[in-house]
Ligand binder design. Structure first.
Ligand code: NAD
Length: 312
């Protein structure tokens, strides 16, 4: 067990499941949680702490506001989902305001934290977090690519009927309908996906991956997925806490990488104690480059709106 502290702001479905996952794995010494719903967060802290005790984990769980300081990693899942009658811009600006208020609330007491953003729209929220915090780009990153890659792996297994636990899928780009699954970089038990399935079958998997989140939203009726998002986030947290140098797709600010400037998008990133330590530039073919450009322009639309309506 390391001696690290993880803060979680926004203890709804994703935040609570993340806390549960880290606590029972014993991923850190302490978890401290914060939410506007103060009594509920107290209840969650008790419940999760008791789960940790059941699993004989040494992780301590707290919801005391005075404990929310000197965190090594802070995960932000605070935000609202879109409601009927709201435009995408309304959600964007509302969650940007929440992001700003969260940073003004916690940043000063956590001078060395690395921030992992989960709130949507993901890439635009990472951009917001970077601007309001003025932190260097290695210390603010977003979770989406591990989740999208896991969804792709799920659909590959569903198609093949074998390969469970041995599928290494890769997705990059923004966390939206135009994310960029990379079949050329995807393997099943070490074998290239492109040598196993036809182009049509791969297209079907790509389509399902892009709409994997919406499929769950539709079935749930209210709210969105949280088990896979939370577990995916726990992997990023652990890579940073334990300085593993693991490469995971993460949303980071691009400054020349892949030919883009001042835009946030999901790319493979080496994670370690300094956060996003190194962006890995994959050699992607022309088709995927075009898809990536398309994905980037969707993110840019949102960040342009932020620049013209929020950061004025
Ligand atoms: P949720 O509604 O269950 O939880 C959100 C929590 O944030 C609530 O408990 C709410 O009280 C809290 N909150 C709101 N404003 C706050 C503030 N200012 N300070 C502290 N807490 C505040 O939602 P969820 O399902 O947990 O999802 C959380 C966010 O994560 C959403 O924006 C969702 O779209 C996003 N999400 C992203 C991914 C991804 O891949 N990046 C995956 C799943 C969900």
């Amino acid at each position: 067990m390391n001696n690290k502290k993880v803060g979680i702001v926004g203890v709804g479905n994703v935040g609570a499941t993340l806390a549960f996952s880290l606590a029972i794995k014993g991923s850190c010494n302490k978890i401290v949680m914060k939410d506007l719903r103060e009594e509920i967060v107290q209840a969650m802290a008790l419940d999760i702490s008791q789960a940790a005790n059941a699993s004989k984990s040494k992780t301590v769980v707290s919801a005391n506001a005075s404990d929310f300081k000197d965190c090594d990693v802070i995960v932000i899942t605070a935000g609202i989902p879109r409601k009927p009658g709201m435009s995408r811009d309304d959600l964007l600006l509302t969650n940007a305001k929440i992001m700003q208020s969260v940073f003004s609330d916690i940043q000063q007491d956590n001078p060395n934290a690395i921030y992992i953003i989960v709130s949507n729209p993901l890439d635009a929220m990472v951009y917001t977090a970077l601007k309001v915090s003025k932190l260097p780009k290695n210390r603010v990153l977003g979770m989406a690519g591990i989740l999208d890659s896991a969804r792709m792996a799920h659909f590959i297994y569903e198609k093949l009927g074998y390969g469970e636990g041995k599928i290494d899928a890769k997705v990059m780009g923004g966390h939206g309908d135009d994310m960029v699954p990379l079949p050329n970089y995807t393997t099943v038990d070490g074998k290239k996906l492109t040598e196993i399935l036809s182009d049509e079958e791969i297209d079907e998997i790509v389509h399902k991956t892009k709409h994997g989140g919406a499929q769950i939203v539709k079935l749930l009726g209210t709210g969105s997925a949280y088990y896979a998002p939370a577990y995916s986030t726990s992997l990023m947290v652990e890579a940073i806490l334990n300085d593993t140098k693991e490469v995971y797709p993460s949303a980071v600010l691009l400054e020349g990488e892949y030919g883009y400037e001042n835009i946030v998008a999901g790319v493979p990133v080496q994670l370690g104690s300094k956060g996003a330590e190194k962006i890995i530039e994959l050699d992607i073919n022309e088709k995927r480059q075009k898809e990536f450009a398309n994905s980037i322009s969707s993110v840019k639309e949102l960040t342009d709106t932020l620049d013209s309506k929020f950061f004025v």
